[in-house]
Design a protein around this ligand. Structure first.
Ligand code: DC
Length: 228
């Protein structure tokens, strides 16, 4: 008999390894992985290209037209299992990770109109189940009936250390205190915004991975699976 396919939601603070963990879970289960943050980043890029967002100003009146004509899809990367983000048929995986997008994505993702559109797309992607999606509102808004809800967290200091190391490895000249401040600022924006703030769903299981390796997290997940 074929095993019942599940919807697995992974929410949590920024820079706590959500996507690494969610990807590993998807690989373990043979499921599709969807990075909902990439979708908000892709809309932000579309807004930048069309002049709908500029710095910290968003032209709300131009949003409906833009959202109506937007297509965001994921396709496997050439020769690899990792999926990449496409905006209107164009691969934007690299561009959405750049500073220009990062500095406006928080603003664009506070828009109720943008969130409604993204949530509808995400729900459509999950209609056949067999999906692992990570983000901020997956267990609360997108899939309130998800079969497994994980709320991932780690101390701000540890998250800052990980992010600092990552940026250093990329050759960026960064200051630790600045990285930590950025993490604390993002926590504040994510948890206090009016539309779909980051919060733990009542039925989500919290995993604090401050002192865990990726392998230990998967051991934790295997234990969780046994109880489902
Ligand atoms: O996970 P990330 O850093 O790539 O997310 C980019 C931005 O999108 C971040 O500012 C939070 C926002 N986001 C959101 O509001 N809701 C989601 N489900 C996922 C991301």
């Amino acid at each position: 008999m074929e095993k019942k396919k599940l919807i697995i939601a992974v929410d949590g603070h920024s820079s706590c390894g959500k996507s690494t963990f969610a990807k590993a879970i998807a690989a373990r289960m043979g499921y599709t992985y969807i990075d909902s943050g990439a979708m908000y980043r892709a809309v932000t890029l579309a807004c930048i290209e069309k002049g709908v967002v500029c710095g910290q100003t968003l032209d709300e009146e131009a949003l409906p037209g833009l959202l109506e004509n937007i297509s965001i899809t994921f396709r496997p990367s050439e020769g690899g299992p990792v999926s990449e983000t496409y905006l209107n048929g164009v691969n934007v995986e690299k561009r959405i990770r750049q500073l220009e997008v990062a500095s406006s994505v928080s603003l664009v993702s506070t828009s109720a109109m943008v969130r409604r559109k993204m949530v509808a797309l995400q729900q459509e992607m999950g209609k056949d189940k067999g999906i692992v999606m990570d983000g901020r509102d997956i267990g609360t808004v997108v899939f309130p009936d998800a079969d497994i809800k994980i709320f991932l967290t780690a101390s701000a200091g540890i998250r800052a250390e990980r992010r600092y190391r990552e940026l250093k490895e990329k050759g960026e000249d960064v200051d630790f205190d600045q990285v930590k401040k950025n993490i604390l600022d993002r926590d504040k924006i994510d948890t206090t915004r009016r539309e779909s703030p980051l919060r733990k769903a009542p039925d989500a299981i919290v995993l604090d991975n401050s002192h865990m390796t990726p392998e230990e997290q998967m051991v934790w997940f295997e234990e969780l699976l046994k109880k489902i």
